[in-house]
Design a protein around this ligand. Structure first.
Ligand SMILES: CC(C)[C@H](C(=O)O)[C@@H](O)C(=O)O
Ligand code: SF4
Length: 475
């Protein structure tokens, strides 16, 4: 009888081109996503050596990190919006030129399909189960939600994939994170992701590819699975994945780049063979339960520095390990927080609903439900940044933009926006922000900016109240 294999093992083995002892494995790459920040150098290297892109039809270019999300009304079109930052402007221009001269698949700024690469590829059906997907971007782990092996790569690796459609890799270890239970009231996939990282720590996944399993994961929608896999990288994992099932197939059916007709049927048949076999083993297994889970808010400068909304800011003395004590001390000083402060008493200046973690339609619907008929606190500046042009269009068709605007939120054009301070959207020194993004390290949203990671519903309620609130009390 054949050895039982994990989902990871099946995908890995199906993509081996060559194995060289001591060097690693050469893998075939199905899909290569490129964005304007990490692709200029690799394309320049190809050009200077007269090489082409090996598979232009499997290479997808998007512009997300460096574009302003300024509403276009007064400019007529998105490409007319000025980009004051010189290096950002050059990145955008260079991506456009490279896409054209190397003839790759490309969604220009004015194309309604453009947006954050990790939102767009699933939405277009570019992300498929059983594939290997890479991108010069750490949050490529998002695509693992579809039962793909998806991971971020460095600049020289981007060049290697562009030129050869292959990549040398050292095989990661495997880890199962099994979560049993269901999402308690007021808790979303974002709370689950923060809860998991809070329990296992930011280094737990190092060197591992994580498969999320268990009833809590099975019950998640595709959008929710993407949120969880998006944050796998914040637990140090190389990649995160969820086995494909009926939820996955239903999401992908009829998406523009998904297979059609007979090819679809064949694909689904193959995809059904992918889930880990009974008895397959992982190098490490962690089991969690959602019973005691509450809505989460980070208080520090890593996603693991997280508290339930009913909790208080911890004291460095609460930690036994001296390194953790020191990290907490430093984080509290940076965040300007006093131990013992109730999480719900922390006031914010800004609210950001967006990023590849939480900018899909389901996220905006959740936030709009909370905001409807209410007003943003006068002390708060709040913005909603849809993850793609299509998310924005659909949200507008449902009137979500009206709900946000009437409440006093800014309704922006798609992009990475304030997830990272690269495109003009950023926090000022000392500003405190409730953010639906995935990273809260020092300076992430702007120099001296203070980031608290939360779910879209919690961010929305915080904007209205002016301070963190327990979404379970919200009416
Ligand atoms: C700019 C890019 C390389 C970076 C990443 O790799 O993740 C960004 O997307 C981020 O979230 O910090
Ligand atoms: S939204 Fe944030 S985390 Fe996602 S790709 Fe953009 S910068 Fe990175």
């Amino acid at each position: 009888m054949e050895q039982p294999r994990t989902l990871f093992e099946k995908i890995w083995q199906a993509h081996v081109v060559r194995e060289v002892a001591g060097q690693g494995t050469l893998l075939y790459i199905d899909r290569h996503l490129v964005h304007e920040v990490t692709s200029p150098q690799p394309f320049a290297a190809l050009r200077s050596t007269g090489r082409k892109v090996r598979k232009p039809l499997a290479t997808f270019g998007m512009i997300d990190h460096s574009i302003p999300t300024t509403p276009v009304a007064e400019y007529g079109s998105r490409s007319n919006v000025p980009i004051p930052d010189q290096s950002a402007a050059v990145q955008v221009k260079t991506m456009e030129q490279n896409a054209q001269s190397f003839n790759i698949q490309f969604f220009p700024i004015n194309d309604v399909r453009n947006g954050i690469v990790h939102v767009v590829a699933p939405e277009q059906g570019i992300t498929l189960p059983g594939t290997i997907i890479v991108c010069g971007d750490s949050h490529t782990s998002t695509h693992g939600a579809f039962g793909a092996l998806a991971f971020g790569i460095g600049t020289s690796e981007v060049e290697h994939v562009l030129a050869s459609q292959c990549l040398w890799q050292v095989k990661p270890k495997t880890m199962e994170v099994r979560v049993e239970g269901s999402l308690p009231a007021g808790c979303t996939a974002k709370d689950l992701a923060l809860f998991i990282i809070g329990k296992i720590g930011t280094g737990a996944g190092t060197g591992h590819c994580v498969e999320f399993t268990g009833s809590a994961i099975r019950g998640l929608s595709m959008e929710e699975r993407m949120t969880v896999c998006n944050m796998a990288i914040e637990a140090g994992a190389r990649a995160g994945m969820v086995a494909p099932d009926e939820t996955t197939f239903a999401y992908l059916k009829d998406r523009p780049y998904a297979p059609k007709g007979e090819a679809w049927d064949q694909a689904v048949e193959y995809w059904r063979s992918l889930p880990s076999d009974p008895g397959a083993t992982y190098d490490r297994v962690i089991v969690l339960n959602t019973d005691e889970m509450e809505p989460q808010v980070t208080w520090g400068t890593t996603p693991a520095m997280v508290s339930p909304i009913t909790g208080t800011v911890p004291s460095p003395d609460d930690f036994s390990d001296p390194a953790q004590q020191e990290a907490a001390r430093r984080a509290l000083a940076y965040m300007g927080l006093e131990p013992g402060t109730r999480m719900q008493d922390i006031k914010v200046d800004r609210v950001f609903i967006g990023s590849c973690t939480n900018s899909r339609l389901a996220d905006l619907r959740e936030a709009a439900k909370v905001v409807k008929g209410k007003k943003v606190a006068p002390t708060v500046r709040a913005m909603v940044v849809p993850g793609s042009g299509l998310v924005k269009r659909q949200a507008e068709a449902e009137g979500l933009d009206q709900i946000f605007r009437e409440a006093g939120f800014e309704w922006r054009e798609p992009g990475c926006s304030m997830c990272l301070g690269m495109n003009g959207d950023r926090l000022a020194e000392g500003e405190r922000c409730a953010s639906t993004s995935n990273r809260n390290f020092e300076g992430r949203q702007g120099k001296g900016g203070r980031t608290h990671l939360v779910s879209p519903a919690m961010a929305a309620a915080t904007a209205i109240a002016g301070h963190f609130v327990d979404i379970r009390d919200w009416q």
